[in-house]
Design a protein around this ligand. Structure first.
Ligand SMILES: [Zn+2]
Length: 157
């Protein structure tokens, strides 16, 4: 028997350590939280995807009285991005969240498993790592790829 470790490198940065482009993407994701529809969880998430054509597409969680019918910010953003710009590659995604108190969360919120799987599809299409920025109130986690968040991912065979 062999064992092996799967490592997910995460860089924790102060907001002002981000590039201007990254700061802008985080701010756009934060703005998107205000377009969340979250009457049930009151947890408001925004996502902003930078595409290879220079466009930034946003999403926000959209809840539904029939809970499984709603969707997360990340999936609303990635499906909309690919539906609008099918020829553009995903470059980066920033994700921000506000808690039930309405304030931006201190600890960055990470995408759920379903969103990681959905984002992986577009990273695979892009043919290159899609950087993830998880924005807390004062710090940002930078992850090098979607795949790094999804060890032993299910992929197309
Ligand atoms: Zn999700």
């Amino acid at each position: 028997m062999k064992t092996f470790d799967v490592i997910t490198p995460i860089k924790a940065l102060d907001f002002d350590e981000l590039s201007i482009q990254e700061q802008n993407l985080v701010e756009i994701a934060r703005d998107a939280t205000y377009r969340s529809y979250a009457p049930y969880s009151h947890f408001r998430v925004g996502a902003a995807i930078l595409l290879s054509n220079g466009e930034v597409v946003t999403g926000a969680n959209q809840e539904n009285a029939a809970y499984p019918s709603g969707t997360c910010a990340e999936r609303s953003a990635c499906f909309y991005a690919h539906a609008q710009y099918p020829d553009a590659r995903f470059l980066k995604i920033a994700i921000a969240a506000r808690g039930t108190d309405g304030e931006f969360v201190t600890e960055p919120a990470a995408p759920c498993g379903a969103c990681r799987q959905a984002l992986l599809e577009y990273e695979t299409l892009a043919g290159a790592p899609v950087e993830i920025l998880l924005a807390g109130r004062d710090k940002v986690y930078r992850l090098e790829s979607v795949r790094s968040t999804l060890p032993l991912a299910f992929d197309s065979f």
